[in-house]
Design a protein around this ligand. Structure first.
Ligand code: 5GP
Ligand code: SF4
Ligand code: MG
Length: 479
């Protein structure tokens, strides 16, 4: 997953972009970058591994002058975590330059890349996104938007794109609309962002969502918009509301705080814990859902688990003992609240189960008498191919164990997951038009032929038993 942010027509474009990226840090912490284009058309780039706060030295920021800038925060889904794979990509081409920032995952990137390589294209990264740059460089069309539309015909999967072609800024959203993208205004300038919280931080007014399949172009001739990409059934990512987006954002036009509370309330209705003394969240991602659970059930909400916000992402441990220690470094229970109590622990999702298992043992060690785990989404049983880095099916604990096995493995007294229907009913825009493939195994499109090659950026030929089991595409069923 990634965050993207762009500005057209503001003298402080790069500084605003840096601010916007701070608000999109949760969407990616591996690398961050900004490309700025000055008044005479010179494009400059600054990219670094790590957080936005670490990435941009003052002198580098000072050099990023001009009224146009786009930025990116990255968390790798296709291609490894190295500086070559940091975005935005900046390429010099015969007609000028192309800069691109991408959120999402292309499902046919391996095939598209091989075709380009067969044709002589040289790639400098292992990202699926670089395929789009090559296709734009080769595309024909009378206008920048025609070139981008031409380049995107035949590109499948999830993308929200920010593109700079010379002095035109363009945004494009795939016709399924998996990832969010919004537009705002700041004075005479236009701002684009993955989430509205990034418009708020720069003081921009929220104007509207970019529609699935829409391309918007803005340059000195003004703003132009067209439904330029052939329509598909809408399959917005339900996991954006469950986990990914910030609760102070609106995504897909709906408040994330509101949807998370609704998820929590629905969870309390579907999986009550009538005798519990208190409910608490695994901070921060499930704070709003746990509040909803408390509101619906009447069980008091307590801050029984405290998260350390200063634990760097570099604290990565290869061994199980190390991972257990990591849970302890990140979370500490409040013994005074838990001792002797029957507690409901709410989390938004369980992926590998490692964190959950560690937390349950911490909460028990702090004296909790009963631990009732409640999850504000359905069990994750299938990988995501549309931009979220869910692991392979073999690592997804809910795909590997029965309910009883999970209860024992996690060490809980009871375990309740939200149903898929319950999850969709909590969406602010209604239950229709969402992707839920990682929960249901029903993919709205054909899945990648070579998922491991896709992750590696086309470099790996997978062993046959490495590939995901075949799934029946249900092209129109999720619309
Ligand atoms: P697990 O018990 O599966 O090891 O961890 C569950 C926790 O992981 C939950 O608190 C959930 O919020 C979080 N989580 C869910 N999806 C992701 C993700 O894509 N990336 C990260 N870093 N955490 C996630
Ligand atoms: Fe979102 Fe899951 Fe669909 Fe991926 S598979 S786009 S995480 S709902
Ligand atoms: Mg969490």
């Amino acid at each position: 997953m990634c965050g993207i942010f762009g500005v057209y027509g503001h003298p402080d474009a790069a500084a605003l972009t840096q601010l916007g990226l701070y608000s999109l840090q949760h969407r990616g912490q591996e690398s961050a970058g900004i490309v700025a284009v000055d008044g005479v058309g010179t494009a400059r780039v600054s990219r670094a591994m790590g957080l936005v706060s670490e990435g941009f030295a003052d002198d580098e920021m000072a050099a990023l002058t001009g009224p146009i800038a786009i930025g990116h925060t990255r968390y790798s889904t296709a291609g490894s975590s190295v500086i070559e794979n940091a975005q935005p990509i900046l390429a010099r081409v015969r007609r000028g330059h192309i800069a691109l920032a991408h959120n999402g995952n292309l499902t046919n990137a391996v095939e598209l890349r091989r075709a380009l390589e067969d044709d002589g294209a040289i790639f400098t990264s292992t990202m699926d996104s670089e395929v789009i740059v090559h296709r734009i460089a080769r595309a024909t069309g009378a206008t920048p938007e025609a070139r981008v539309a031409n380049a995107l015909a035949g590109v499948e999967g999830a993308y929200c794109l920010l593109v700079v072609l010379d002095d035109t800024v363009l945004v494009a959203r795939d016709p399924h609309g998996w990832r969010p993208l919004v537009m705002g205004r700041l004075g005479d300038g236009i701002v684009f962002a993955s989430e509205t919280c990034a418009l708020d931080i720069v003081g921009a007014t929220q104007e509207r969502e970019i529609k699935p399949g829409e391309i918007v172009a803005v340059d000195r001739h003004g703003m132009r918009s067209a439904q330029a990409i052939a329509p598909e059934p809408i399959t917005r990512c339900v996991f954006e509301h469950v986990y990914f987006a910030r609760p102070d954002s609106k995504v897909f036009g709906g408040s994330v705080d509101r949807s998370r509370r609704a998820l929590g309330r629905q969870l309390a209705r579907e999986c009550p814990a009538p005798d519990a003394d208190l409910v608490f969240a695994v901070p921060d991602s499930s704070n709003s859902a746990a509040l909803g659970f408390s509101e619906e059930s009447g069980i008091p909400y307590e801050l029984a688990l405290i998260r350390n916000h200063y634990v760097g992402r570099t604290f990565i441990q290869p061994t199980q003992a190390g991972r257990d220690a990591k849970v302890k470094v990140k979370y500490n229970p409040v013994r005074e609240l838990l001792e002797g109590k029957r507690v409901v622990m709410v989390d938004d999702s369980i992926v590998r189960g490692t964190t959950t298992r560690g937390l349950v043992s911490l909460v028990r060690a702090a004296g909790a008498r009963e631990v009732h785990m409640r999850v504000s989404s359905a069990p994750i049983i299938s990988p995501c191919y549309y931009g979220i880095d869910t692991p392979r099916r073999e690592e997804l604990i809910a795909a590997q164990m029965t309910h009883e096995e999970l209860v024992r493995h996690l060490g809980v007294d009871s375990l309740g997951y939200l149903s898929i229907d319950g999850m969709l009913s909590a969406m602010p825009e209604g239950p229709q038009g969402y992707c839920h493939a990682c929960f249901s195994g029903r993919y709205p499109t054909a899945t990648p032929a070579e998922p491991e090659a896709l992750r590696a950026g086309g470099e790996v030929i997978p062993a046959a038993d490495d590939a995901a089991p075949p799934l029946t595409p249900i092209a129109a069923a999720v619309g």
